[in-house]
Design a binder for this molecule. Sequence first.
Ligand SMILES: [Zn+2]
Length: 654
Amino acid sequence: MKSALLKHSLTLAFVVIAGLTSTASDYPYQPVPLKQVAVLEGFWLPRFETNRLVTVWTDFKKSEETGRISNFARAGKLEDGPFKGIPFDDSDVYKIVEGASYTLATHPDPKLDAYLDGLIAKMAAAQEQDGYLYTARTLGFLNGMTGKERWSNMGSSHELYNIGHLYEAAAAHYAVTGKRALLDVACKSADLIDKTFGPGEAKRKGTSGHEEIEIGLCKLYRATGEKRYLDLAKFFIDMRGRKDLRTLYGAYNQDHLPVTEQAEAVGHAVRAGYLYAGMADVAALTGDTSYISAIDKLWENVVSKKLHLNGGIGARHKGEAFGDNYELPNESAYLETCAAIANALWNQRMFLLHGDAKYIDVLERIAYNGFLSGIAISGDEFFYPNPLASRGGYKRSKWFGCSCCPVNDVRFIPEIAEYIYATRGNELFVNLFIGSTADVKLDAGSVRIKQTTGYPWNGKVRLEIVGNGGKPQSFALKVRVPGWAVDRPVPGDLYSYAEAAGNKAAIAGLNPKLNGKKLKASESKDGYMTVKRKWKAGDVVELEFPMSVHRVKAHPEVQADKGRFAVERGPLVYCAEGADNAGRVLARVFPGPVQFSAIEKPGLLGGITTVQMREGSSEPLTLIPYYAWCHRGPNEMRVWFPTAPETGSDAGKK
Ligand SMILES: [Zn+2]
């Protein structure tokens, strides 16, 4: 019982207060919650701070200016006026509330706390008597999306999508502040949904055109212990593809087959990522193995055939959708920031199910590349698509008509702190390399670990046990060996290093030390270096990942990357941008061997390491981390470099 409760300690305190005794199982591997992790230094700290101090408020201000917040006040009769915007705009505000709540977990902020209380009062006012919450309909805004009556157009209304984000926001706000106001709104809403949808003749058989409510209901279940919410999440997942019970939306909505028969990732990529994440949650909470075997297959399909080098998914602009297998274009790649986030949320859950480092390899690739490119260093400008080449047509925007991405950034960045460490029994996993301390509860007792690292610029990692509850603790420290450090940039064969350094499974090459002495260790099948011992305070493990620069080649089936190579250093994908190269990038060709040199540039783009790429006596090309592109105005950019002149002007074959 004790360990089951400790597993989800974001909700722990309040589960105890509520006196609930839910004994339902959850993920076998549990994250160390962000409340117990302090990010202290290094690459991510300024990003966390910018998110908290700039992006949260930028997003709230834009939501005020565009009517997103007035919609709640107007639906609640707190002010006069019509609905403004798009019916799914409600979800944007919920997402900011979720992200803002996470920041309060580590940085109490009375101003933000009070702002959230005011906003939540408007949301509560906007909720109809019976629990229905969808400001567009309450304000009489009817268009092709909304549908004449409640639930009459769920393929596109986003009625269930919006409240899925409400549930996530409510669970976060309650866990962090202990205040019930938004949780009460969420439960009243979910109770109405439970009365309306479900098995049995009296209830409707439907599901949302845009998945999200499944994740939200699982979080609401964890926050309250109310099993009806979990059953409802499973019901909505099981309704997909059930042509015997309802009219299907089709493959765009992952509604072409029952979920357990889906084996290829298709359709709108954000929708897909949220569905797969929701399936993982329900599988963890119910033990449904048919879901696990389906998402295992879908994951294999994505990582081996549909993953862009920057970790992005959703190749096509049309339908913001997955392409065919190996359809991985560069200039025309869509790769919405939200799809990167959805892919990361899914991969974290796959790790929590299976405990394998390969899922964190994908998550890390997303976090440092295809996600991070979506938000400017200043925290107040954004990308919606994240292509891998540009002729100069891209620039960052302050906001979008459909602004799902900026508000998703706000909730994803603080969550990264929760991806650093995880536990299972007496195993402590170090998954991400971020300077931090964490208070960790293992079966053996409490441990405080401190991590110091120069990642991703250098590969030095130092892990110190700084507290052990006053007595030595026996446990296994499991340090993730990033795939890129052992010549395995991605799980599967979609991308590989052109010149493997021979590091395969060679942990000795990482020079691991325990208390200054050489440590004999090997990489286990699950991708970790395991050190099992009786740990005492002051014990130190050190290792160093090799930060050599690699040329990357794609699987021969990827037409867009034929005869081309990309460049990576550590977890970072590099690109060349006009700003560093006299404006000319796309015309450069590299037929022969190239040499690389890495140069630290603390004053450039928030502090980066550039890579000079030189072929023979030609002028070197300066490369910067892909995430940092387009901070100096629109200009040429490319990730995949040709080895032979290409016919036509091509920044990336379509
Ligand atoms: Zn988006």
